[in-house]
Design a protein around this ligand. Structure first.
Ligand code: MF3
Ligand code: CO
Length: 250
């Protein structure tokens, strides 16, 4: 069942989204060479808590941190660690969620540490570009498959591959609600959007093969071939004439 939110609920979701987006702005400000992913997670944690919210991911299905921090060939769900230090040339996907007044925000962004290679930048640009293009077509009447097909085509046209094992999702009182929002699929298929639905669109795009492996820790998702991966995500509400990006920072 896809929940349709009232305007009052959307106001609360915007509040959660502003804190979520703000946490990513903070992450971008503090990220630097030599920093551990644990330190970055603490800063994100403190930002969320100091704004009166709770980190959505902390203890979710036993997840042990506030942010997912995924470096280079880690696609998603990288667990912050004191021993993992960021290096010049790394690309770092930071995924955060904030929960306040009964609602979640969910957003992710891939950052560069210092100067990065042209090919890493191009992968990030394609992933982010596909998210922006998807947000531009959001309006009542389109179908989930229209979003999926756009993201797949956008990235495959540029020579990249789409991760299939993980998908975007509805967001609301729960971090993960219906519908699933795959980053691959066929236009004209899937549920139709109506105003008040809220979805997280989150392309996870690989430089090489689409296949991934999950490490024995049960969380960390890496590319099967060790090549780079990027991840961008926004939570967006469908409005009568388009969408409102709930996790856009103020
Ligand atoms: N943004 C991720 C998602 O949408 C969330 C993290 S999973 C968690 O699935 F378990 F770490 F919370
Ligand atoms: Co998500």
């Amino acid at each position: 069942m896809i929940n349709v939110k009232t305007s009052n609920e959307l106001l609360k979701m915007r509040k959660a989204g502003i804190i979520t987006g703000g946490a990513l702005v903070k992450a971008g400000e503090v990220i630097h060479e030599g920093m551990s992913t644990y330190e970055l997670d603490r800063i994100i944690h403190d930002y969320i808590v100091s704004h009166g919210a709770k980190p959505s991911f902390l203890h979710y299905n036993g997840y042990p941190a506030s942010a997912c921090i995924s470096v280079n060939d880690t696609v998603i769900h990288g667990i912050p660690s004191k021993s993992e230090k960021l290096k010049k040339g790394d690309i770092v996907s930071v995924d955060v969620g904030a929960y306040i007044d009964g609602y979640h925000g969910d957003s992710a962004k891939t950052f560069a540490v210092g100067e990065i290679s042209d090919k890493a930048q191009a992968l990030m640009d394609s992933t982010e570009g596909s998210l922006k293009a998807a947000l531009e077509i959001l309006r009542p009447g389109i179908r989930i498959g229209d979003i999926s097909a756009l993201i797949q085509q956008y990235n495959e046209d540029r020579g990249y591959s789409v991760v299939r094992q993980f998908v975007g999702h509805g967001v609301g009182r729960n971090l993960h609600e219906d519908p699933e929002v795959p980053n691959y699929g066929r236009a004209g298929h899937g549920p139709r959007l109506v105003a008040g639905m809220v979805i997280a669109i989150e392309p996870m795009i690989n430089e090489g093969v689409p296949d991934v492996k999950i490490l024995p820790d049960g969380w960390t998702v890496r590319t099967a071939d060790g090549k780079l991966s990027a991840h961008f995500e926004h939570t967006a509400a469908i409005t009568p004439d388009g969408c409102m990006i709930m996790t856009m920072p103020e």
